[in-house]
Design a protein around this ligand. Structure first.
Ligand code: S3P
Length: 434
């Protein structure tokens, strides 16, 4: 489906972003591992997180949507995931489900399951979870030992000391979940800290999780207990409107109820460094022992932007928002460089190629490097057509580019936005008609 986004006048008003996708996946998954029912308030009902509900139902859990946007999870307990008929679990487009769920399944001796999904998921590497889970004693098979379909044969697991080759919260979470079922203490060492929602939620479930520097440690437990989880607004979804407010002259918006966890708010720090006015109670440093998710408002006002260099250690807390850094770069004086972001090549699409070709086609002066991109800014964007390539974040990037462009942008494949942000277009309209 094609949709046109015209150059906008000043954006004004308040935005409540949709519930956080990462925290919703974790709430459903960890909730399904509990013996007692768990209430999740403000669950994200979007394509990706609906895939998680379907997969967990196949494993025997009951997940009941509630009228107020909540979700009641009646889990099966940590050790009793039921093999499905044929054992096929369809993760559709969800990379988080594809990487996290095998951690639980690997620790169910006697069970076997095959995870598969759409055309995009079949290009996403799973060797990154196969390797540590094999190291813990499970048997796994993948196409070319690297891609879905991925078959997991559950086993009695033993602990591992695992050094992640790339910063990935999905892989870290997979190993931490498997560690709940493994004999001994497991440690995961990250090259750069990635989002820590799993650690926070496990602590809330009374699992002893400790962190020293880059090392997270977890010991096995008999059961987990969660009761109630409130999902905050998604900072990655909020970032699209924050970027629009940074770019369109005269804009000022307030984003309500957003997760302000340091491991997720790198984009806002980068935008502020480029000159945008971003006011809010962002965590000012990582909080390695936290169990709650900090939530608050962000007030974003447009201002002239200057180019910046995003270094590799800033990449994980801004990973899904780096396409927006490229967009800001088009309007900033000087050369904006993002390095150390090779992981973008294995997201829903190759987001380095997508961003460079997509924004390049709208008139940007942008070049790909192997692990990032270089944007020479100041000229803004002319406009044109951007192909989302089935990637939700590319679709929303195209829409925001249209609002800030001189001639408007037609986004080919706007429906992909519903993977993480149903109602995205209505929200664009509400802010631009205000
Ligand atoms: C996610 C982690 C990140 C991110 C993805 C969601 C998560 O992926 O890009 O959108 O919920 O853990 P990686 O773990 O592959 O970096």
């Amino acid at each position: 489906m094609r949709r046109r986004f015209e150059p906008a006048g000043a954006l004004r008003g308040r935005v409540a972003p949709p519930p956080d996708k990462s925290i919703s996946h974790r709430a459903a998954l960890l909730g399904a591992m509990c013996d007692e029912p768990v209430t999740v308030e403000n669950y994200l009902y979007a394509e990706d997180t609906l895939s998680t509900l379907d997969a967990l139902r196949s494993l025997g859990a009951a997940l009941e949507p509630e009228e107020d946007g909540g979700l009641l999870v009646r889990g099966v307990g940590l050790r009793t995931a039921a093999p499905t008929t044929g054992g096929l679990l369809n993760v559709r487009n969800s990379g988080t489900l594809l990487r996290m769920l095998p951690g639980w399944l690997a620790g169910q001796p006697g069970g076997s399951w095959t995870l598969d999904g759409d055309e995009s998921i079949r290009r996403r590497p799973v060797d990154r979870v196969v390797e540590p889970l094999r190291g813990m004693g499970a048997r796994l098979e993948a196409r070319e030992d690297r891609f879905p379909p991925l078959t997991v044969y559950g086993a009695e697991l033993t602990a591992i000391d695992y050094e992640l080759p790339v910063a990935s919260a999905q892989v870290k979470s997979c190993v931490l979940v498997a560690a709940l079922l493994a004999e001994g203490e497991t440690s995961v060492t990250e090259p750069i800290p990635s989002r820590d929602h799993t650690e926070r939620m496990l602590r809330r479930a009374r699992v002893p999780v400790t962190r020293e520097g880059r090392v997270v440690r977890v010991s096995p437990v008999d059961e987990i207990e969660l009761e109630r989880i409130v999902v905050p607004g998604d900072p990655s979804s909020a970032a699209f409107f924050a970027a629009a407010a940074c770019l369109v002259a005269g804009s000022r918006i307030v984003i309500e109820g957003t997760a302000l966890n340091w491991t997720r708010t790198g984009f806002f720090r980068i935008a502020a460094r480029m000159g945008a006015v971003v006011v809010g109670e962002l965590e000012d440093e990582p909080k390695p022992e936290a169990d709650e998710e900090p939530v608050g408002e962000l007030d974003v006002t447009q201002a002239p932007l200057e180019a910046t260099a995003v270094e590799p250690d800033e990449v994980p807390p801004a990973i899904d928002e780096l396409p927006l850094v490229a967009l800001l770069g088009c309007f900033a004086e000087g050369q904006t460089v993002v390095r150390g972001a090779g992981e973008l090549r294995v997201k829903e699409t190759d987001r380095i190629a997508g961003v460079v070709e997509g924004l390049g086609g709208l008139g940007a002066d942008i070049e790909a490097i192997e692990d990032g991109f270089v944007v020479t800014g100041g000229g803004g964007l002319r406009g044109g057509v951007l192909d989302a390539r089935g990637d939700h974040r590319m679709a929303m990037l195209g829409a925001v580019a249209g609002l800030a462009s001189r001639e408007g942008v037609e986004v080919e494949g706007i429906e992909a936005a519903a993977i993480s942000y149903p109602g995205f277009e209505d929200q664009v309209r509400a802010l631009t008609d205000a």
